[in-house]
Design a protein around this ligand. Sequence first.
Ligand code: FAD
Length: 368
Amino acid sequence: MQLFDVAIVGGGPAGSSCAAFCAAASLRTVVLDREKFPREKVCGDCLNPSCWPVLERLELAGRVRHLPHSKLFSVEFIAIDGRKVIVDLPLGSDCEISVKRSLFDDLLLRRARELGVDVHEQTTVTGLSRNDHWKIETASGQTFHARMLIAADGRNSTVAHLCNLLPRPERERVALQAHVPRPRDFDDRIVLQFLPEGYSGQAPVNDTQLNLCLVGTPPTISTLRNWAERQFDLPANQSWRTITPMTRSSVPSAHGNLFFIGDAARVVEPFTGEGIYYALRSGELAANAIAKILRGDDRNPVLREFGRAYAQMYRGRLWINRLSRAAVLRPQLGSFFVHTARVNPSILKLLTAKIVSSTNRHFGRSEA
Ligand SMILES: Cc1cc2nc3c(=O)[nH]c(=O)nc-3n(C[C@H](O)[C@H](O)[C@H](O)COP(=O)(O)OP(=O)(O)OC[C@H]3O[C@@H](n4cnc5c(N)ncnc54)[C@H](O)[C@@H]3O)c2cc1C
């Protein structure tokens, strides 16, 4: 029987980042993911500038910049009545970019493999048990053993479900996403558009493709899809990826020898496009804490330090997320914001600057 130090369920940004940092700390690490990479994922594909410091520590920033991507120079908010307000984004090498998740996630997982992580794709975790270590069972009948378990398996976390920790979704909404032909006049910007039935996010991911996301409720999503077909001249048989829920209560991140990271721990409203950053950074923080615990440091102070660093990651940002959730749940309210910002753009500029600034650099280098 091979006993790993760390088993990670999920090889998205949270799982891959955690795995890479664990392997860099000489921990025997295994990642199990049900998909075969590269795979697409329902996402707006936008990388918040806060990601860059973590990517630098993973020695991946250069390689991410070499992936096909678009640099995003502004955000255009569009109210229900079509009125617009445009807010500039920071420029420079650490600017916001959009890159397809198939490319980005594959690069991260390959980096973990390069550092010595044992990666098993097309491996779906279905069962868990624990005595002096974790025993992890998969759909194909394989068994893995590890001292520490990390749940990085996204918003509908199987690990949380198996541990009876998965919260009920707060308000049932659904997202659709597709890569569609980039309209000729669509320049390098993000569009966030309020619609009577929900909202749409749009961002070019390269010279020819546009990421198109629609968020609504199950009864309204087909109206949004019809709107998108007309707006972007899409065929009626356009294929869409889908995901739900958009929000739910959080799962506490540390439970003894079990950690939850990324979306498995906390699902944030996608409107502000920060989920990948939280996934990468929480993966790093968990890896730091686990390395200390496994090399014999006193567990309680390590977990307290982890808890502080984890809370710090969200500090000053969650209220913006709540505000954006209020705006998208009532698109009339969102439109009111756009109208107000046309008269006084400073509020929207301030909120946008808070979301896309890389101020996380100052704590980005701290150890958990
Ligand atoms: C509509 C929408 C738009 C968004 N736009 C943005 C954006 O522009 N920018 C941004 O930063 N964030 C955005 N997000 C959020 C972002 O997509 C997530 O926060 C991010 O993917 C979280 O990463 P993760 O690694 O925690 O989980 P995921 O990326 O969900 O990865 C989880 C992995 O776990 C695997 N898995 C699941 N169950 C099992 C199992 N039982 N066994 C084995 N493997 C399993 C899955 O195959 C998957 O690879 C958006 C979200 C939505 C819904």
